[in-house]
Design a protein around this ligand. Sequence first.
Ligand code: FES
Length: 103
Amino acid sequence: MSVVRVLPLGLDLEVADGQPVMQAAHEAGYVWPTECEMSAECGLCVSIVREGVENCGPMPDEEQETLQRTMGMVDPSRRLACRLTVTGPVTLTKRGVRPEGEE
Ligand code: FES
């Protein structure tokens, strides 16, 4: 279990080993921007890793392909939350993350 701090909301999210950050957010009752529902296709879940890039899991091929297609680059500090796993503390920025039921 690791803690991922999500800015600007200031959410501290507990993420199990091997669990994508976005899935942990859903289970904790938070909405994360998406159009593909965690299929690694839309690119809308992309998040900026501010601290702890060394604690981020390897980038699967499908994540690299989507980042290349949607952002035109692959960079360790830009990750799809629907594929990002962590092994230690990470701080990232993702606008639009909010509690379910809030606009
Ligand atoms: S939720 Fe669509 S790419 Fe991650």
